[in-house]
Design a protein around this ligand. Sequence first.
Ligand SMILES: NC(=O)C1=CN([C@@H]2O[C@H](COP(=O)(O)OP(=O)(O)OC[C@H]3O[C@@H](n4cnc5c(N)ncnc54)[C@H](OP(=O)(O)O)[C@@H]3O)[C@@H](O)[C@H]2O)C=CC1
Ligand SMILES: Nc1c(N[C@@H]2O[C@H](COP(=O)(O)O)[C@@H](O)[C@H]2O)[nH]c(=O)[nH]c1=O
Ligand SMILES: [Zn+2]
Length: 323
Amino acid sequence: MTHLENDIRWMQAAIALGERSKGLTAPSPSVGCIIVNKDNQIIGRGWTQSGGRPHAEAMALSQCQSLKGATVYVTLEPCAHKSNRGPTCSDSLVAALPERVVIACRDPDPRTNGQGISKMVAAGIKVECGLLEKQAAQSMSGFFSRQLKARPYVTLKMATSLDGCIALENGESQWITGERARAHAHLERMRSELIVVGRKTLEFDKPSLNVRLQGLGDRSPKKAVLGHGEIPSGWIGLREPTDIIKTTADHVLIEGGAKTAAAFLKADLVDRILLYRAPILIGKGLHALADIGLTNLSEAHHRWHLKERRTLGNDQLEAYLRI
Ligand SMILES: NC(=O)C1=CN([C@@H]2O[C@H](COP(=O)(O)OP(=O)(O)OC[C@H]3O[C@@H](n4cnc5c(N)ncnc54)[C@H](OP(=O)(O)O)[C@@H]3O)[C@@H](O)[C@H]2O)C=CC1
Ligand SMILES: Nc1c(N[C@@H]2O[C@H](COP(=O)(O)O)[C@@H](O)[C@H]2O)[nH]c(=O)[nH]c1=O
Ligand SMILES: [Zn+2]
């Protein structure tokens, strides 16, 4: 394995650690950190804890005796700002003095942005930034979206038939996709702070919108309804799609129906589409999307690119990111 391949492997592991707390840390990012000694063995692992503290680096550092000759892999630039909620990670790293710190993404938060790197460089630590930057930024998508676009990261989920329907004409939609696809969708719920459905879906499906995966029930997010009627107890009411900006969520999952999905697309608020497609035909049913205001076919192209494709039982999942 080359030096670069080795760095990539550890950074991928750090990204996977950060993903563990996605959905739990808002408004903080879910950072991952791995520390390896001079023999390339793991001596510390950390990820941002629930509520945003302790930070990933603090957790990983607490497991190490000495960082002599060590390399720290971290998905986000170590923080440089003072907080009464915990130590400043760049100061902690300067005190621990590893040989190298490899960072995926520079922190866009102005309290750190470059200052964490400068402190460590000034202390004589070799610092490299930019390894697997895109992949790491995707793992902290909600944080980057709030910092750079001042809104949460929005995923639209649709469970369709082969012919693009999400329900029969009479509204029946449970179930289109099979158990494995639905379990995967529950993992997506777990990584969100808020799930949104439209008023018709609320009335017709009476959905639970919780995480029904063994041991992960406490990772169920908040739920919201888009519309103008009464708001049931325990739900958040959204009068229009842009109301998600006012919530505390960094990752929002839109679970439909057709009018709600179209409303978020029309408002240009969708960053990612999860298309779960079952091998069934519905024919005269409810099409996945209501009007999105398209007047010209050329406007529809070059908006989405396929990021991932996988088989889940009998169903297919395609994940698309906005271009
Ligand atoms: N297979 C799947 O993945 C899914 C299937 N479904 C199915 O979809 C069907 C329901 O879909 P559909 O009929 O399209 O209804 P929706 O669930 O999308 O709800 C429509 C309502 O949402 C509100 N709404 C929509 N757009 C806006 C907007 N821009 N601003 C404010 N409020 C808005 C309105 O509420 P109001 O009238 O209060 O103003 C509207 O009546 C059901 O049969 C359900 O089973 C649902 C989810 C997923
Ligand atoms: N029909 C359908 C889905 N429907 C979505 O799931 C909601 C029901 O959630 P819950 O009550 O928690 O099970 C429903 O209102 C709609 O948003 N999802 C899928 O993965 N596959 C499916 O075939
Ligand atoms: Zn920190």
